[in-house]
Design a protein around this ligand. Structure first.
Ligand code: HEM
Length: 199
């Protein structure tokens, strides 16, 4: 696992709770005093154990913690990598570019890592499909990170999860739509099955 994930997981816990809580979580996960740095690869098990321990110490479900972490981490990742975000982009356009970020960061940092398998494609001018099919099954991070992008732009996005590996599907797929301004489209699809993600 890429060190940036573990380092920012620590930052997330310290920001949300405090340093003492992180140390407790590390003890409970049996990785006491391990210091995580972005340019190192760590066992995937550290993430699962830390999130399990965080769940048992906070009473939250591990999947909720991963989602909250995903939401929290977007600005931190943008800042850490000093990524050039085109000023013209809105939230959906940034999401349409995350495949590129994930591929280029792997190349730049740690070529031996398996990158998260995040793919993006435009379905039409207002909808992007994100497909995640990593064996790590961290789609909760993806769910949170989509929300984090909406927060970052103070935008509303409609998110439909069409498949999920936890439901036995081959991949997790999110169809993300930017709502069209009223009157702009005669083809306003029902949003009933969708989650409205807003700041
Ligand atoms: C916006 C800027 C973003 C940056 C700079 C970024 C960068 C990164 C980096 C560096 C990693 C670790 C890479 C590795 O393991 O090789 C990662 C992991 C991940 N990212 Fe992003 N990310 C961003 C947004 C998102 C968004 C919006 C999603 C939603 C689909 C997402 C989904 C994930 C997932 C699911 C993982 C861990 C998955 C795994 O290891 O299987 N990321 N990201």
């Amino acid at each position: 696992m890429h060190g940036i994930i573990l380092k920012t997981l620590r930052d997330f816990v310290v920001d949300t709770y405090d340093e003492e809580r992180w140390l407790e979580i590390q003890r409970e996960a049996d990785v006491d005093e391990k210091v995580y740095v972005p340019v190192t690869v760590y066992p995937d098990g550290d993430v699962y154990e830390l999130v399990r321990a965080a769940g048992s110490l906070t009473g939250e479900s591990p999947r909720t913690i991963l989602s909250e972490y995903g939401r929290w981490v977007v600005p931190a990742l943008l800042e850490t990598y000093d990524l050039h975000i085109d000023e013209e982009w809105d939230a959906l356009e940034l999401l349409a570019n995350i495949q590129r970020f994930h591929t280029s960061l792997r190349t730049r940092d740690l070529t031996e890592l398996t990158t998260p398998r995040v793919k993006t494609e435009w379905l039409d001018e207002n909808r992007v499909r994100i497909t995640y099919d990593s064996d790590r099954q961290l789609c909760d991070i993806a769910r949170g990170a989509i929300q984090g992008v909406a927060d970052h732009f103070d935008a509303t996005l409609l998110v439909e999860e069409t498949t999920c590996m936890f439901e036995g599907d081959d991949a997790c797929r999110f169809v993300v739509e930017r709502p069209v301004a009223e009157g702009a489209s005669a083809d306003e699809a029902s949003t009933e099955r969708r989650t409205e993600v807003t700041q």
